[in-house]
Design a protein around this ligand. Structure first.
Ligand SMILES: Nc1ncnc2c1ncn2[C@@H]1O[C@H](COP(=O)(O)OP(=O)(O)O)[C@@H](O)[C@H]1O
Ligand SMILES: [Mg+2]
Length: 232
């Protein structure tokens, strides 16, 4: 479904992503893992059209590598940015509605209703300002906001960052449920164990390059990988 071929991102002299290639098959969960600064967010932002990029990005057979963010979102590639990026002064409901800014009023209403039925938490907290939610709650709202845009490929950038283990588990369950319903997901994580527990294939980034890739089982059979990322 998504084919990334030779993706590069430069910030002036800083080469953040260098010739990265990978695929996300239809209905799959794929993980980009790597340390802080490895180039995960730059890769995600490149896919979303938020930073200048080189290389080919093909989604459902169409070249999206030179499209603007709105056009990419319209095609169903929707990102939950690192750090959630909610509007803290706005209510949960208003934040969710922002996620459907490109859709019709009827679509927005229908999706909001469906999401609130599915996550009663959103209904209960609809009027609460997002800035007063816990980190885990904010992550849930950020994911729901992306779902408001009717994604076909969901990009999740470090969904577990700063969250307690119990909350990480809860986010993992939400991701698994979305996948079970057929959504394709690309997840960027420093938490390699978490990513490996979800993904069917994993790409390890180091200094902007693909250092290694394979199934979680293949990676955990690799000594360097175990030592560097899994801590075992
Ligand atoms: N806007 C920017 N301007 C300059 N350098 C950046 C910018 N964003 C990221 N970088 C640099 O690019 C590299 C990759 O960063 P990033 O993609 O955020 O990695 P990760 O998400 O894996 O932590 C780092 O060296 C970082 O300092
Ligand atoms: Mg990042």
């Amino acid at each position: 479904m998504l084919i990334v071929d030779g993706l590069s991102v430069d910030y002036g002299a800083i080469r953040a992503v260098r010739e990265v290639s990978f695929r996300v098959p239809d209905g799959a969960i794929v993980a980009l893992i790597g340390a802080n600064g490895a180039g995960k967010s730059s890769s995600m932002n490149a896919l979303s059209g938020l930073v200048a990029r080189k290389g080919a990005i093909t989604f459902d057979g169409a070249d999206i590598g030179s499209l603007e963010t709105d056009a990419i979102v319209r095609r169903g590639v929707i990102q939950v940015a690192q750090g959630r990026q909610l509007f803290p002064e706005m209510s949960v409901r208003d934040n969710l509605e922002m996620g459907a800014y490109l859709r019709s009023n009827a679509q927005r209403r229908a999706t909001l209703e469906a999401l609130m039925a599915r996550f009663p938490f959103l209904q209960e907290r609809a009027a609460q300002r997002c800035g007063t939610l816990s980190g885990g709650e904010q992550q849930l709202v950020a994911i729901a906001r992306a779902l408001m845009g009717a994604p076909r490929l969901l990009l999740l950038d470090e969904p577990t960052l700063g969250l307690a283990p119990l909350i990480v588990k809860r986010i993992g369950k939400v991701i698994r449920d979305l996948h079970a319903q057929g959504l394709s997901i690309l997840i960027a994580e420093q938490n390699a164990a978490f990513a490996c527990s979800l993904a069917e294939s994993v790409i390890v980034l180091e200094n902007g390059r693909v250092a290694l890739s394979g199934t979680p089982a293949e990676l955990s059979a690799n000594d360097d990988m175990r030592r560097s990322y899994l801590g075992v």
